[in-house]
Design a protein around this ligand. Structure first.
Ligand SMILES: Cc1ncc(C[n+]2csc(CCOP(=O)(O)OP(=O)(O)O)c2C)c(N)n1
Length: 657
C-alpha cells in the first residue's frame, strides 16, 4: 500500500468508525464529524505534538474541539492515536458512566484538553490556552522551551455565530496570538437548515478586520492543502490564523450536504452506503492494523520523541536553574500553600470596602505568587484588580501579569477557563456582580470542568447607588449559588476578604466567586479561620438565644448593630456570618445546628439581594425581590428598608408571629 492509499484508508476508517459509534449509540452528530475527518487526520498525523502515553504532558500542543457535538470524531481520533480510549469505549458512546460522553469532558477522557459543547466557548478557551502558553514562556526567560507549543481549535458555523466568538477573536487578534490556529469547518449547514437562513457575513473579512491571518482550503478532502495551510499558519509571527476549510456535512451519506445528517445517526443502510462510497470494506468497528500502525509511526512517534527530548532538556535546565525550577513545580501543581503560612493582621482602621480589601490582598499576593495573573473587563479601577506597578500582559511584554481583558466578560471568563485548562498559572478575573450574568455560561463551564477559576465581583448590591437598577444585582447571587461546584463567598470585612482569597487560591477543583462591596465595611469580630467553614458565630448572644440573625457581606455589620438594640429591648440575639453557603453545606449537621443555635423558625436571614434560596436556612428572610432604584446609596438602602431600625422591626415582628 502506498502512502496515498494508506492515507485514504485511514480517513475512511475514521469516518466508518464515526458512523459505527453513532449508529451503536443511536444518538450523536455524524455531520460535521464526517466532513472534517481529513482536517483531524492531517493535524494528528502531520502536526499535533502530544504523547498518548502521557496525555497531560505539560508542553503538548493543545487541541480544543469547539464544536463539541463532533465528539465521535475526537474519540475516534484518540482511539486510533493510541490514547486510553478503546473500541469498547467507542461502543459505549453516550452511555451512562462511559469514557465517551455526549460531548467531550476534561479530566474524564484521556486526551480531551477541554470540555466543550456549548458553541463558541471552545474558541475562547483556546484563546486562553494560547495566552497562558505565551505568558509562561515569558515567565521563564532562562528556558523558553519550558512552555512552547501551538494551540489548535476546530469550530463550525455555530461557534462563529455565537457572540463569544467575536469577543475571543478580537482579543486574540489584539494580543497577536500567533501560535493559535483555528480551523473553521465551513459546511454552510447548521441544525435547522442552510446557514444562509441566519448568517450571511463575510467570515474572512471579519477575521482579517480582527487582526488574523486567513487561509482557505477549497476542498475539505484535500489533505495536502490542509497540511500546507497548517505549515503556513505555523510560520505566523504576529497573528493568529484562521484556516477556513470548505467541507461537506455528512460526507458519504445519502443525506450529505443537508441538515438531516447534522444530528441523527445514519442508520445501518445509509451507513453501509457511505462505507461503500468510501470503498471501505471492514466490518463495523473493525479498524485495519495498518491504520493503527500509521498513527503509531506518525503522531505517536513524533509526540513520544518530543516528550522524551523535552524531559531530558528539562532535567538539565532544572539543575542549572533550581530557583526557576521550584517556581515551575509550584506553578504546575497550582500549589500556593507556602504563601499562606501566617494569618494577616487587621486593625479597626482597616475599614474598607471589600473590593478595596480584595485589591490590597491581591497586591500582596501578586508579589508573592509569581504565577498569579489576571485582570478585569475594563473595570480594574472599580473592582481593584490592577496591580500597583504591575506590568501589563501585552504582545511586547508577555511576562506582564496584569491582563486588560477589555469589555468582553464572557470571553474573559471563558479564556480564564482556557488558561486554567492549560495549567501553570493561577488566574482571576473581575467585573461588576450584575454582569456575572454575561459570563454565567463560562462560570458553569469552570464548575463542570473542575477549574479553580477566581471571580472578583464587586458592586454587590443596591448600595451601588446612583447607577441604578441596571447596575444593582438582585437575583445574581442566587444564580451563582445555584451552580453546582461553585463556591460563592461574600465576606463581611477585610479579614474575611483575605480569608476568602486564601480559600479561592487554595482551591484545586472548584471555582470561587468573591462578592465584594462598593461601600466601606467596618472591621467586625470576624474570624479568619472560620471563613472556610462557610458560617460561624461572629457575635454571640448575651445569655440565651431568642433568635439568630444570619447575614452575609455588608449586612453582617448591620445585624450586629441591630443585635445591640434588640438586647436593649430584652431580645437576646446571636449573629452568624455566613460568607459561603457552599462551604457551609460541606459541614456536619452537628456543626450546622451548633452555629445557628436555634430552630429554623427563629432564624432571621438578612441580605440586600434576592431572598431566593434563603428559606432553607431561615424562616424569616429580609431581602429584595424587586429591582433597585437610582439614588445615592444611603437613600436607596433606606428606601428598601435596610436600616438598623428595619432589622430590629423585622426580628420583633417575626418573633411575634
Ligand atoms: C450555545 C449552544 N447553542 C446551541 C447548541 C445546539 N447545537 C448544537 S450543534 C448546533 C448547530 C451547529 O451548527 P454547525 O456549527 O454548523 O455544526 P454542523 O451542523 O456543521 O455540525 C446547535 C444549534 C449548542 N450546542 N450550544
Amino acid at each position: 500500500m502506498n502512502d496515498k492509499e494508506l492515507q485514504q484508508l485511514s480517513i475512511n476508517a475514521i469516518r466508518a468508525t464515526v458512523i459505527d459509534t453513532i449508529n451503536k449509540a443511536k444518538s450523536g452528530h455524524p455531520g460535521m464529524a464526517l466532513g472534517s475527518a481529513p482536517i483531524m487526520y492531517a493535524l494528528f498525523t502531520r502536526h499535533l505534538v502530544a504523547d498518548p502515553n502521557d496525555p497531560m504532558w505539560f508542553n503538548r500542543d493543545r487541541f480544543v474541539l469547539s464544536a463539541g457535538h463532533a465528539s465521535s470524531l475526537l474519540y475516534t481520533m484518540l482511539h486510533v492515536a493510541g490514547y486510553k480510549v478503546s473500541l469498547e469505549d467507542l461502543k459505549s458512546f453516550r452511555q451512562l458512566g462511559s469514557l465517551t460522553p455526549g460531548h467531550p469532558e476534561f479530566k474524564h477522557t484521556a486526551g480531551v484538553d477541554a470540555t466543550s459543547g456549548p458553541l463558541g466557548q471552545g474558541i475562547a478557551q483556546a484563546v486562553g490556552m494560547a495566552m497562558a502558553e505565551r505568558a509562561i514562556k515569558a515567565q521563564y526567560p532562562q528556558g523558553k522551551f519550558v512552555c512552547d507549543h501551538y494551540t489548535y481549535a476546530l469550530c463550525g458555523d455555530g461557534c462563529l455565530q455565537e457572540g463569544i466568538s467575536q469577543e475571543a477573536i478580537s482579543l486574540a487578534g489584539h494580543q497577536k496570538l500567533n501560535k493559535l490556529i483555528l480551523f473553521y469547518d465551513s459546511n454552510a449547514i447548521t441544525l435547522d437548515g442552510k446557514l444562509d437562513l441566519s448568517f450571511s457575513e463575510n467570515v474572512k473579512l471579519r477575521f482579517k478586520a480582527s487582526g488574523w491571518n486567513v487561509l482557505e482550503v477549497k476542498d475539505g478532502n484535500d489533505v495536502e492543502a490542509i497540511d500546507e495551510a497548517i505549515c503556513k499558519a505555523k510560520t505566523s509571527k504576529s497573528k493568529p490564523t484562521l484556516i477556513i476549510v470548505q467541507t461537506v456535512i455528512g460526507y458519504g451519506s445519502a443525506k450529505q450536504g443537508t441538515n438531516k445528517v447534522h444530528g441523527s445517526p445514519l442508520g445501518d443502510e445509509d451507513g453501509a452506503n457511505a462505507k461503500a462510497f468510501y470503498g471501505y470494506k471492514a466490518q463495523p468497528f473493525e479498524i485495519p492494523s495498518e491504520v493503527y500502525k500509521h498513527f503509531e509511526d506518525t503522531f505517536a512517534k513524533r509526540g513520544k520523541e518530543a516528550h522524551k527530548q523535552y524531559e531530558e532538556a528539562l532535567k538539565v535546565w532544572k539543575e542549572a536553574h533550581s530557583g526557576a525550577a521550584k517556581k515551575l513545580e509550584k506553578a504546575l501543581a497550582g500549589d500556593v500553600s507556602s504563601y499562606f503560612k501566617k494569618e494577616p493582621k487587621f486593625a479597626s482602621d482597616d475599614a474598607l470596602a471589600s473590593r478595596n480589601s480584595s485589591g490590597k490582598c491581591l497586591n500582596e499576593l501578586y508579589n508573592k505568587i509569581p504565577f498569579l495573573m489576571g485582570g478585569s473587563a475594563d473595570v480594574a479601577g472599580s473592582v481593584m484588580t490592577k496591580i500597583d506597578g504591575g506590568i501589563d500582559f501585552t504582545p511586547r511584554t508577555a511576562k506582564g501579569r496584569n491582563i486588560n481583558w477589555g469589555i468582553r466578560e464572557f470571553a474573559m471568563a471563558s479564556a480564564q477557563n482556557g488558561m486554567l485548562l492549560h495549567g501553570g498559572v493561577k488566574t482571576y478575573v473581575g467585573c461588576f456582580l450584575v454582569f456575572a450574568d454575561y459570563m454565567k455560561a463560562a462560570v458553569r463551564m469552570a464548575a463542570l470542568s473542575k477549574l479553580p477559576a477566581i471571580y472578583l465581583f464587586s458592586h454587590d448590591s443596591i448600595a451601588v447607588g446612583e447607577d441604578g437598577p441596571t447596575h444593582q444585582p438582585i437575583e445574581t447571587l442566587a444564580m451563582l449559588r445555584s451552580i453546582p461546584n461553585c463556591n460563592v463567598i461574600r465576606p463581611c470585612d477585610s479579614r474575611e476578604t483575605f480569608a476568602a482569597w486564601e480559600r479561592a487560591l487554595q482551591s484545586k477543583e472548584t471555582p470561587t466567586a468573591l462578592i465584594l462591596s462598593r461601600q466601606n465595611l467596618p472591621i467586625l469580630g470576624s474570624k479568619y479561620k472560620e471563613v472556610a467553614k462557610g458560617a460561624y458565630v461572629i457575635s454571640k448572644e448575651a445569655k440565651r438565644i431568642d433568635a439568630t440573625l444570619v447575614a452575609t457581606g455588608s449586612e453582617v455589620g448591620l445585624a450586629i448593630e441591630a443585635q445591640k438594640e434588640l438586647l436593649e429591648k430584652g431580645i437576646d440575639v446571636r449573629v452568624v456570618s455566613m460568607p459561603s453557603w457552599f462551604d457551609f453545606e460541606n459541614q456536619s449537621e452537628e456543626y450546622k445546628n451548633e452555629v445557628f443555635g436555634i430552630c429554623r423558625c427563629k432564624r432571621f436571614a438578612i441580605e440586600m439581594l434576592s431572598t431566593f434560596g434563603w428559606h432553607k436556612y431561615a424562616a424569616h428572610v429580609m431581602g429584595i425581590d424587586t429591582f433597585g432604584a437610582s439614588a445615592p446609596a444611603k437613600e436607596v438602602i433606606k428606601a428598601f428598608h435596610f436600616t438598623k431600625d428595619d432589622v430590629v422591626k423585622f426580628v420583633l415582628e417575626g418573633l411575634a408571629e
